[in-house]
Write a protein that binds this ligand. Structure first.
Ligand code: FES
Ligand SMILES: [Fe+2]
Length: 362
């Protein structure tokens, strides 16, 4: 069961540069393509003639041409040409609304009449496509794990000490377990704020001697020195938007420096369900300081972190199988609080959607 009346990331724009792209989203095969005039379109990836995926065809002007017998469809999925035939079948390939925003192509898989509402595209994703933020070093991966498990993982800073000891992790980050409601940065505490479909939390750790090595890397590169060995002050603001968007804004500086003089890195994660047990993971990391010389190590670091999470999540999914994790009655730790809140938000959205539009099927 998926939340449908919401925008998901379908692709990065450059993925359509070489022609139609086939991708399964919410268990539905989709073809994404860009016409010659630049219009982005998403259709069901199945030609109504002999059911061949349209993604095996090509773009011809404003149409997509099926790779089997050459039928052409416009961006809305209407037949425009059947080679050697004057009459056209009066059927349409199902189309899905798309929009380009924050450097991504977004898709609406629910009731098309509600697609004019863009409010489910989180504003905090803006740094993915903003001149003050260097990069857009995004990459796409497919993970054999449910989107909800990836959501849990992103909320759960406590795993960093064990899964990411060379970057974000460290004993000093255990402050995540000391949480209270609020919107202020409090040293050695995590504060959180829960809205209708967004959760924000903030951590501050002043005077870190070890902490996560990545924060020290930020300070060193911000100062332009090989290795800064003093204490580090860190602020981390995390914004989550339902169903599956997370932005980590990190501010690191030498101990005692004003927060507004820190250097910042933002990691944005957009998770799109592929099936009930697999996901598309769109990842983008940007920074607001330094030059191109930092890009290589920066991407390398990000990639390494991603590779550390992936086997854990996939092994976890294997152990859970097709049932939801809740059915297995997992034990709870203090650090689980926020992902449980996020799960409750998503479940409420799903229930509300099903109560209003039980007939939406694909
Ligand atoms: S299968 Fe597409 S035109 Fe025949
Ligand atoms: Fe992780």
């Amino acid at each position: 069961m998926f939340i449908r009346n919401t925008w998901y990331v379908a692709a990065e724009p450059q993925e359509l540069d070489s022609g139609p792209l086939g991708r399964t989203i919410l268990s539905t095969p989709i073809v994404l393509f860009r016409t010659e005039s630049g219009q982005v379109s998403a259709l069901e990836n199945r030609c109504p003639h002999r059911m061949v995926p349209l993604s095996l065809g090509k773009v011809v002007g404003e149409h997509i041409q099926c790779g089997y017998h050459g039928a052409q469809f416009d961006a809305q999925g209407s037949f425009k040409l059947v080679p050697g035939q004057t009459s056209l079948p009066n059927v349409c390939v199902r189309s899905f609304p798309t929009v380009v925003k924050h450097g991504y192509i977004w898709i609406w898989m629910g009731d098309p009449e509600q697609a004019t509402d863009l409010s489910s595209i989180p504003d905090f994703m803006y740094r993915g496509d903003h001149p003050e933020w260097d990069g857009g070093y995004g990459h796409f991966e497919s993970i054999q794990a449910a989107y909800s498990l990836i959501n849990d993982n992103l909320f759960d800073i406590t795993h960093a000490e064990y899964v990411h000891p060379g970057s974000f992790g460290g004993e000093e980050m255990r402050i995540y377990r000391r949480s209270e409601p609020g919107i202020d940065f409090i040293d050695q505490k995590m504060t959180y704020d829960i809205q209708e479909r967004e959760i924000t939390f903030r951590l501050r750790s002043l005077g870190m001697e070890h902490g996560g090595p990545f924060y020290r890397w930020m300070v060193s590169t911000g100062m332009g020195v090989e290795h800064y060995s003093g204490k580090v002050d860190l602020d981390m603001r995390v914004d989550w938007g339902a169903p599956s968007f997370t932005s980590f804004l990190l501010n690191a500086r030498p101990h005692g420096e004003q927060a507004d003089r820190g250097v910042q890195v933002c990691n944005m994660h957009a998770i799109t369900p592929e099936t009930e047990a697999s996901s598309h993971y769109f990842y983008r990391s940007v920074k607001n300081y330094g030059g191109q010389e930092l890009v290589g190590p920066f991407i390398q670091g990000v990639r390494a972190i991603f590779e550390q999470d992936k086997p854990i999540l996939e092994a976890q999914q294997k152990n859970i199988g097709t049932q939801g994790i809740a059915a297995m009655r997992p034990v709870s730790f203090a650090g689980d609080l926020l992902f449980q809140k996020a799960r409750a938000i998503n479940e409420a959205l799903l229930e509300a959607e099903q109560a209003l539009a039980p007939a939406v099927t694909l």
